[in-house]
Ligand binder design. Structure first.
Ligand code: ATP
Length: 313
């Protein structure tokens, strides 16, 4: 940890490949012990940012500090404190997963007895299979074991959930939360916010090499759109309309008065509390709130064309 309590700090970090600006002056501050997500469509610069932090490529201008060191001078001592999962994992070895991990362990530093097996078991990975015969998802699991097994202070994970089925994704996100709880810092990327939002404390939205916004997941949630549906007993449609008329962030209100409960549907943008308080005076028989599509609402909020973004996936 640096004196400032930051595991990663970048200042105007810029990377140009000839005429292409892959990263255009980004400022990031990642708190030690936190889970920090970088979200952006393909080509946004996520991989480039991670490569700069690991000194795989060097910046055109600007600076970075990783665990208090400059990646350009940190060398193996810094590298051993980082667990890195590359975005394009090319594993083609004829040896078994276990033999490959043992090889990585000889470079990365000590791995606690049983750590390899424990992580592989959690993810459902067979370490006795030859690496080249593994499916894409199983290769990704092998990459995750490799990144976590020596309990590094910092985990840098490029699109870690890609290729994992939903149950394994959940297990992986639990591992991320546990790593953070034990003081490790996790810096991860995804092009789908919903895949990492439950694990991330803070999220940077990247677009065309620039940071569009940095926000807590909670704040993003507060700007998001939610669809609500509620059923009431002993209330007329007119009473509901009157009770909800003064709520500015409610739209599309529709009330149906059938034989059963009075049904309401509406869209709430941002803070849901005024709506909840307004309906609380009635007898609520049923209530559902549809999880917001953060990705869509966030990109819209910052003026990014979401159709264009999804085309790039
Ligand atoms: P993806 O999810 O597709 O990996 P990303 O957000 O990680 O996207 P980067 O891979 O960092 O984005 O790429 C950012 C931009 O820099 C893209 O326009 C890409 O084409 C370009 N770029 C990246 N690496 C190189 C390179 N070695 N040479 C030339 N251009 C590059």
């Amino acid at each position: 940890m640096t004196e400032s309590g930051l595991a990663i700090e970048t200042r105007a970090l810029t990377k140009k490949y000839g005429r292409i600006t892959a990263l255009d002056g980004i400022d990031l501050a990642v708190e030690a012990g936190s889970v920090f997500g970088m979200i952006g469509p393909n080509g946004a610069g996520k991989t480039t940012a991670m490569r700069l932090l690991l000194d795989i490529v060097r910046p055109t201008s600007g600076a970075a500090s990783v665990l208090g060191s400059d990646p350009r001078t940190g060398g193996p001592a810094l590298r051993r404190q980082i667990g890195f999962l590359p975005g394009e994992l090319r594993l083609d070895a004829r040896i078994t997963g276990r033999a490959l991990l043992n090889h990585f362990a000889s470079i990365s530093g000590p791995v606690a007895p049983g750590a390899m097996n424990a992580i592989a078991d959690r993810l459902g990975l067979d370490l006795e299979r030859r690496v080249r015969t593994l499916s894409k998802g199983n290769k990704q699991k092998l990459g995750i074991v490799q990144a976590f097994m020596h309990e590094p202070r910092l985990l840098v994970l490029d699109e870690p959930t890609s290729g994992l089925d939903p149950i394994v994704q959940q297990e992986f996100l639990a591992m991320v939360r546990e790593a953070s709880a034990s003081g490790q810092t996790v810096f991860l990327s995804s092009h789908v916010l919903s895949e990492i939002q439950q694990a991330a404390d803070a999220v940077a939205i990247l677009r065309s090499g620039r940071v569009v916004t940095v926000s807590s997941v909670e704040k993003l949630r507060l700007t998001a759109t939610r669809h609500v549906r509620a059923g009431f007993v002993g209330v007329t449609a007119a009473e509901l309309h009157q009770a909800l008329s003064g709520i500015p962030n409610l739209s599309g209100l529709a009330v149906v008065n059938g034989d059963g409960p009075t049904e309401l549907t509406a869209t709430v943008t941002g803070n849901i509390d005024p709506f909840v308080k307004a309906i609380a005076r009635f007898t609520v028989a049923d209530l559902s709130v549809e999880e917001p599509d953060l990705e869509e609402s966030v990109l819209k909020l910052y003026g990014v064309d979401t159709d264009e973004a999804s085309d790039e996936k």
